[in-house]
Design a binder for this molecule. Structure first.
Ligand SMILES: [Zn+2]
Length: 120
């Protein structure tokens, strides 16, 4: 895909850093579930194969709730959630990027899609 871009994300303290390849990210999901509304994450989803954790696997703590479908990862040091791991409905591993943590993205410029995660 010619328009694939490379994005760089990190937690606040820098212990967790990643690279993500994706079509240009112009939209993000804002979810009202009990987790997202507290954290304020804005999410964009990519296949796990397009995600490279450059550093920080051992810095990550995992939190799961409800059906335990998603690994809500956060940095043990600074507490920031820069991405989460899960699977698509078809079973493909995916990563949910918190676009607020990505260097190349200004969240204020994105189209925000509101998702009623509370009702899932
Ligand atoms: Zn950190």
């Amino acid at each position: 895909m010619p328009d694939q871009q490379t994005y760089h994300g990190s937690c606040h303290c820098g212990a967790v850093r990643y690279e993500a390849k994706s079509d240009p990210i112009t939209q993000a999901m804002s979810c009202n579930c009990s987790m997202c509304r507290r954290k304020g994450t804005l999410l964009a989803f990519i296949p796990a194969a397009d995600f490279t954790l450059e550093t920080g696997e051992s810095a990550l703590a995992d939190y799961q709730f409800n059906r335990q479908m998603i690994h809500h990862l956060f940095c043990r040091t600074c507490g920031v959630t820069s991405f989460a791991r899960g699977v698509m409905p078809d079973g493909t591993p995916m990563v949910a990027l918190n676009v607020r943590c990505i260097d190349e993205i200004d969240p204020e410029t994105l189209t925000i899609n509101r998702v009623d995660g509370k009702s899932f």
